[in-house]
Design a protein around this ligand. Structure first.
Ligand code: NAP
Length: 189
């Protein structure tokens, strides 16, 4: 099984993915960011997401692993949607059933980001940053302030890759992080 896990997220300039649960990115992200998101999603074979994000953007035709406490361990909700409860099964067990190949999108929200980063299943993070301040809302990771993001990712073996890419003249950019090779990580410590 060869799958590459890419976490795709758009944040406000102060690091929030939404103002409240159920607040979708298409209500506030720029058209350029949304166009890039759709183009990437066209290449994606499976998505990994929480139940609220799943229900906020229902896509019966898309293959999804949906985190939820509503099932004991792993169960098909529909022919394309596999429900997964980390309290009753491992993510590898879910992968054995879903058998994704190619590009897999990790779509959040917060606890899904926590879990996937925690088990080392984020190979790359593509983070769009929009020039809008929320002040409060849902963070990228539980208990991680925006200014602490790079350190948090570094603790999980990830570092910035290249320069920010400008999406438009308003100031939307995409920042990428990748897993650092284990030997590079040893030298960095
Ligand atoms: N800006 C972005 O890039 C971005 C990305 C993703 C989401 N969003 C937005 O963020 C909001 C949703 O995010 P969210 O963090 O509130 O919710 P979420 O992660 O989408 O869904 C939360 C639900 O997922 C299940 N879940 C998540 N982690 C679990 C775990 N470890 N074990 C068991 N169940 C787990 C639970 O479902 P049950 O309640 O069924 O048990 C939980 O209530 C939406 O507005 C969405 O549009 C934005």
């Amino acid at each position: 099984m060869t799958a590459r896990f890419v976490l795709l997220a758009v944040v406000s300039s102060d690091g929030f993915i939404a103002r409240y649960p159920g607040h979708p990115p298409w209500e506030w992200a720029s058209p350029e960011e949304q166009a890039r998101f759709r183009a990437t999603m066209d290449l994606v074979t499976w998505s990994v997401l929480g139940r609220i994000t799943h229900e906020t953007a229902p896509r019966p035709e898309r293959k999804r692993i949906v985190f939820t406490g509503a099932v004991k361990s792993i169960a098909w909700l529909t022919p394309n949607h596999l429900a997964f409860n980390p309290a009753g099964a491992t993510f590898d067990e879910a992968l054995e059933i879903a058998r994704p190949e190619g590009l897999v999108a990790v779509l959040g929200g917060t606890r899904v980001h926590d879990y996937m980063l925690g088990i080392g299943r984020v190979d790359e993070l593509r983070l769009s940053i929009e020039p809008v301040r929320f002040g409060e809302g849902l963070g990228m990771f539980t208990g991680v302030a925006w200014l602490g993001l790079d350190d948090h990712l570094a603790r999980h073996g990830m570092a910035r890759a290249g320069e920010d890419e400008k999406f438009n003249d308003l100031g939307t950019v995409e920042r990428r992080y990748r897993k650092i090779a284990a030997n590079a990580l040893r030298h960095a410590r």
